[in-house]
Design a protein around this ligand. Structure first.
Ligand SMILES: Nc1ncnc2c1ncn2[C@@H]1O[C@H](COP(=O)(O)OP(=O)(O)O)[C@@H](O)[C@H]1O
Ligand SMILES: [Mg+2]
Length: 319
């Protein structure tokens, strides 16, 4: 291991941990900031891993069968981060297989925590979280990670080539497969404009990619892995309208035919969801399609939507 760099093989070996490393649940803002500077060192990643909450695999844990449908449920979930008042106090939520669910609500209402529980980054204190009817605590962590993918809000770009950045989770991936994924993620044309195309080294350059470009690289990564469940934390930073359109198209591709959970900040994403879950202070206030929820006179979602629309109109995408 060369000081300050990380090899392709090591990155693959750490795949299991990568999903921890990219989740906001472990309050990674600072570390992720350092990582996106592209000076990824193993020490740094290990630091990240040491901060990871202990989720223990049970003896006798089983792998998921290969034909994962991706049906997710939170059943009477009680969850607190600390000794304070619990965030979730009997939360029930069904995320149907093959459908796209958008989680919406003000900052701090619990959207990211829902996704962290689905990925079993934390264990619930009461109730259960199930994937295809299996309590996630009865599954091997490896199997759970294998069938779930995450596109984080501020995706991490590693020091390495563009190809490695897309394909690192699958050492057998060919350049063709990476290109196909990149096309679907609407980032292929951009990659071709880089000095060495797919072989362009993303070192310090990595940090020069825009958030939208990093998200599309992360989407390409996710497409290549073909997880049954995909969790996408939408970027809140404003994108130019071209990146916005490209990202939208990329998301449409990646969300098709799989269970997806989007922490949604953009109206265009929210409106397309099969199911919108409007949350406030750890509770589900309303659930339904955009049209259904807009019909509720004085409804919570309707209010949220108008608020967001006002902001986007004013040019602030942040929710
Ligand atoms: N790792 C953590 N440790 C302690 N409290 C946390 C942690 N992550 C989130 N919280 C708290 O839990 C609540 C819900 O947070 P979160 O799920 O991130 O909301 P959202 O994604 O909707 O903004 C907030 O009050 C937040 O401060
Ligand atoms: Mg969040």
């Amino acid at each position: 291991m060369l000081h300050g760099t990380i090899t392709y093989g090591t990155m693959y070996a750490m795949d299991t941990y990568f999903w921890y490393a990219v989740t906001p649940a472990v309050n990674l803002t600072m570390v992720a900031g350092a990582i996106t500077q592209a000076f990824v060192s193993l020490d740094r990643i290990l630091d990240v891993m040491r901060n990871v909450p202990e989720v223990v695999e049970q003896p006798g844990a089983a792998d998921l069968p290969d034909d994962v449908r991706g049906d997710l449920r939170l059943e009477s979930v009680h969850f607190a981060y600390g000794p304070d008042k619990p965030l979730f106090d009997g939360l029930d939520l069904h995320l149907p297989a093959g459908k796209m669910t958008a989680l919406v609500g003000h900052t701090g209402c619990g959207k990211t925590t829902v996704t962290s529980l689905l990925l079993r980054l934390w264990d619930v204190q009461d109730g259960r979280v199930t994937l295809d009817g299996h309590d996630v605590r009865d599954l091997t962590l490896r199997s759970l990670r294998r069938h779930t993918g995450v596109v984080p809000q501020e995706p991490v770009v590693f020091e390495g080539t563009v190809f490695e950045n897309i394909a690192y989770a699958d050492p057998d991936a060919t350049l063709e497969q990476a290109e196909e994924a990149a096309r679907a993620a609407q980032i292929h044309d951009f990659i071709l404009t880089l000095p060495d195309g797919y072989q362009t080294w993303l070192g310090k350059e990595g940090s020069k990619l825009s958030v939208g470009q990093k998200q599309r690289i992360a989407i390409a990564r996710a497409i290549l892995r073909k997880p049954a469940v995909l969790i996408l934390d939408e970027a809140t930073s404003s994108l130019d309208s071209e990146s916005e359109a490209a990202l939208q198209a990329a998301m449409r591709t990646v969300l098709r035919d799989r269970t997806s959970v989007v922490v949604a900040h953009r109206l265009s994403t929210i409106v397309e969801a099969d199911q919108i879950v409007a949350m406030d202070a750890g509770r589900v206030i309303e659930i339904g399609t955009h049209d259904e929820l807009m019909e509720i006179e004085g409804g919570f979602y309707r209010h949220l939507y108008e608020e967001l629309k006002g902001k986007q109109h004013a040019g602030e995408v942040e929710a």
